[in-house]
Design a protein around this ligand. Structure first.
Ligand SMILES: Nc1ncnc2c1ncn2[C@@H]1O[C@H](COP(=O)(O)OP(=O)(O)OP(=O)(O)O)[C@@H](O)[C@H]1O
Ligand SMILES: [Mg+2]
Length: 232
């Protein structure tokens, strides 16, 4: 079986010399296609760093990373945006929507950047916004939406173009318990329907039951939650 994520011995050192800081140390992290993994750990443990490397935003200083069999580590940095566009949708803690654009245009922009024609992008954006329950809000600006609604737009945007991997960094952090659970349920349902592989960084134990597996990270190391049955 080709793994969705196959990271072996990943390390990340920020800075150099006396200022060098090791944020990740010999991380092995494997995720099967369609799996939904939650990554948990204390503040500063390396969750965002790991997610950023998986998302082809940061490069590791050591180790090997393959996404769906495609080698990521060792590629020139200029090729990373291409891989990112082809493979990955992101949901951020602070939604990161473009404030001057409507919900629809935020989603459309991603599709058009992937080469979808304007007409098709508009139709797909509307379908995605309907799927997240925001058909009536598609012309609203992010500032005119509630926190939960903004995260729904962010989910629609992350799923636009049907990337096989969705990475979410504390998507419920800005929400109350009820909205946080609702948004995570939506994200997991849509990803399961599409067979999308998902990694969610979270502190929120109220959403743990939605995961197939919980992986714990401490001081840049995975301490629990390795995939069973995958040879090291
Ligand atoms: N660009 C950087 N330069 C130097 N150190 C960094 C950089 N980015 C992160 N770090 C350090 O790496 C460690 C891990 O950071 P990271 O953001 O991955 O933690 P986290 O687990 O996501 O924490 P939180 O739960 O607070 O978001 C921290 O000690 C942080 O200070
Ligand atoms: Mg973080």
């Amino acid at each position: 079986m080709t793994l969705a994520i196959d990271a072996r011995g990943l390390g990340k050192v920020f800075g150099a010399g006396a200022l060098a800081f090791r944020a990740l140390d010999a991380v092995d992290f494997q995720v099967t296609p369609g799996e939904l993994v939650m990554l948990v750990g204390p503040s500063g443990s390396g969750k965002t760093t790991l997610l950023s490397i998986l998302g082809c935003v940061l490069t590791a200083t050591e180790g090997e990373l393959r996404l769906f069999g495609e080698r990521v580590s060792g590629r020139p940095e200029r090729e990373l945006p291409l891989l990112r566009r082809a493979l990955i949708g992101f949901v951020f803690q602070g939604h990161n929507l473009i404030g001057a654009l409507s919900a629809r245009d935020n989603v459309r922009l991603v599709l058009e950047s992937r080469g979808t024609t304007a007409h098709a992008a508009r139709a797909e954006a509307d379908a995605l916004l309907a799927a997240v329950g925001l058909a009536d809000k598609r012309d609203r600006l992010p500032a005119e939406l509630s926190g939960g609604q903004r995260q729904r737009v962010a989910i629609a945007r992350a799923l636009a173009g049907a990337p096989p991997l969705v990475l979410a960094d504390e998507p419920t952090a800005a929400l109350d318990a009820h909205a946080g659970l609702e948004v995570t349920e939506l994200l997991t349902r849509m990803c399961r329907e599409r067979g999308t592989t998902v990694v969610v960084v979270t502190h929120d134990n109220r959403i743990f039951h939605l995961a197939d597996r919980i992986v714990h990270i401490e001081d840049g190391r995975i301490v629990d939650g390795r995939l069973s049955g995958v040879a090291a």
